[in-house]
Ligand binder design. Structure first.
Ligand SMILES: Nc1ncnc2c1ncn2[C@@H]1O[C@H](COP(=O)(O)OP(=O)(O)O)[C@@H](O)[C@H]1O
Ligand SMILES: CC(=O)N[C@@H](CCC(=O)OP(=O)(O)O)C(=O)O
Length: 284
């Protein structure tokens, strides 16, 4: 369907209230590894982030990369093991994780954003001692739990017009390196930055009552309902850290958190610039 110039102008005008509401506001976007399925879709996600920056918003990107870490571990003959969605991380796994997240995926996202004329800077939670962490549970090895986030480096980056791209790696008080679930980093960071919105991009339509039935999507969840959904096992596996991080964010001042489908082209724009919204919205 080809739009007339007037129809195109109408669409732009429709987005005006959203552009106004989000002007100078921080939006934390967590780009999950499962949603990085092909280069074309990656480009649409990146273009949405670039557009947000050009229209005056302040996007902060936290990326995952679980599937690529798993692939590299298997190539190197290591069997990945997860407990409640978290990767059991020995020293060798930590080295692989840092190499893939910061050395590969972070660099790729930075290059893609830079390619559109917006300047991005890639960092991990170790830079500037940003994400101070401690061991979460000895049985998980070097998996980190966030103790404190120092947002001063992010402010320095954004105040100078750059888009920060953050790998979910934390530092211990004695210089240790920790592997942190990217959803957890995004939720805590959104709260620490006082973000207006947190958007988690994944590879399902949102939270569904029945995972095999995409029409069963739950479009709005209130924080007080989350526990019931987890206890009744409607929400399980990798969706648990996601809703928990949304809970953390919206109970610490973030207005809304959204779980949306990165397989749908321009899902971020649909979420921010249209009335309908997509995926699952979580509010307090
Ligand atoms: N109620 C639910 N609705 C949708 N997905 C769910 C639900 N409960 C569990 N899941 C699982 O959560 C997964 C998303 O988490 P995860 O694989 O960790 O994504 P990501 O790599 O984007 O962080 C889905 O692929 C699905 O298998
Ligand atoms: C402790 C832990 O599990 N860390 C994650 C970090 C990457 C991540 O969270 O990636 P996704 O968002 O793509 O799942 C991992 O090692 O896979």
């Amino acid at each position: 369907m080809k739009l007339s110039p007037c129809q195109k102008a109408d669409i732009l005008i429709e987005s005006l209230p959203y552009i106004k509401a989000f002007h100078n506001q921080t939006v934390v976007i967590k780009y999950g590894g499962n949603a990085m399925i092909n280069n074309e879709l990656k480009q649409t996600v990146i273009k949405d982030i670039v557009l947000m920056k050009y229209v005056g918003m302040n996007p902060v990107v936290v990326h995952g990369g679980g599937p690529e870490i798993t692939e590299m571990m298997q190539k190197l003959g290591k069997e990945p093991q997860f407990i409640e969605g978290l990767r059991v991380t020995d020293q060798e796994t930590m080295d692989i994780t840092e190499m893939i997240l910061l050395g590969k995926i972070n660099r790729q996202i930075v290059s893609l954003i830079n390619g559109h004329g917006v300047k991005a800077i890639g960092i991990s939670g170790k830079d500037g001692n940003m994400i101070l962490s401690k061991q979460k549970d000895p049985k998980l090895g070097l998996v980190g739990e966030i103790e404190e986030i120092d947002t001063s480096l992010i402010h320095t980056i954004t105040d100078n017009g750059y888009v920060p791209v953050i790998s979910p790696i934390g530092c211990g008080s004695q210089g240790e390196t920790y592997n942190i679930n990217a959803d957890e980093v995004a939720g805590r960071l959104a709260a620490a930055l006082g973000a207006k919105k947190l958007i988690l991009i994944t590879d399902v339509k949102g939270v569904m009552r029945d995972q095999n039935d995409s029409s069963s999507i739950i479009s709005h969840i209130k924080t007080k309902e989350i526990r019931r959904y987890i206890e009744s096992e409607i929400i399980s596996g990798g969706m648990i850290p996601k809703v928990q991080c949304c809970f953390d964010a919206v109970t610490h001042g973030v207005e809304r958190a959204h779980i949306i489908d990165g397989r749908k082209p321009h899902s971020i724009l649909l979420e921010i610039f249209t009335n309908e919204g997509i995926g699952t919205m979580i509010t307090n």
